[in-house]
Ligand binder design. Sequence first.
Ligand code: NAD
Length: 263
Amino acid sequence: GRLDNTTVLVTGGGSGLGRAIVSGFVEEGARVVVFDRSKEKLDDVAVSFGEAVRTVAGDVTSVADNEAAVAAAVDAFGGLDVLIGNAGIWDFNASLDATGTDELASGFDELFGVNVKGYLLGAKAALPALRASRGSMVFTLSNAAFYPGGGGPLYVASKHAGVGLVRQLAYELAPEVRVNAVAPGGMATDLRGPGSMGLADQSITRAMPIQDIMREHGALKMDITAEHYVGTYVLLASKEAATATGAVFDISSFGTPPRRDLG
Ligand code: NAD
């Protein structure tokens, strides 16, 4: 495969896009450490993928848990070639006007803690191992990294912040470590929200017909699943993308409005 002899750490690999990345990467020959806060999801991953994966339960907002996840990759597979920062939460479109002040304040800390600080701490923990392997990082952003309307101000600002993080890390870590991002659009996953906003048990798939929304309102009129986005991660993680750093691949299909015939 395109990722033979490649060791990868995927945060938020327990479900949704992260799990699809784990599956696609294993198929391409990678050995994968899956880091997630849900032990239940990790048990299922361990059973599904067997010897190609190791699982680490922990929280991406914790320094110690990020370090333990990197150590697990080094212990099990002898090093680390790729960090996929992917664990994230959504704000379920909570708007400035409709959200209470205290909820907005606590929701900001929690959501930025996962979506931005989680990526920063993952990068910090993985840096020594990635420098040693001349490896790379790939972060999951979103259509919300470029355009409004894919969430409320908390989520949209967090994904815009991710663009800045990727560009700055790419700048600081060149020429040793490549840093890139993928911006997918909507997909039916278990995407949750901040517990401090009462959204820990809400899930995007239960909240809205997201696949129908993408088919009806997306430019490409497709039935889009998480699997459609995985190929870009494989590309960026592989030597095929040896010249790519500081790039954010917008594969959300929101960069152009849907076609319509006028007149
Ligand atoms: P998901 O909830 O199915 O997957 C996210 C995983 O991250 C879950 O397994 C969850 O347990 C884990 N996680 C959450 N917080 C964590 C924490 N603090 N520590 C450790 N693990 C944690 O959702 P998904 O849609 O697959 O989300 C993956 C990424 O895709 C996120 O960054 C999200 O913002 C992005 N994204 C999703 C959509 C969409 O429509 N679903 C669209 C664009 C971008």
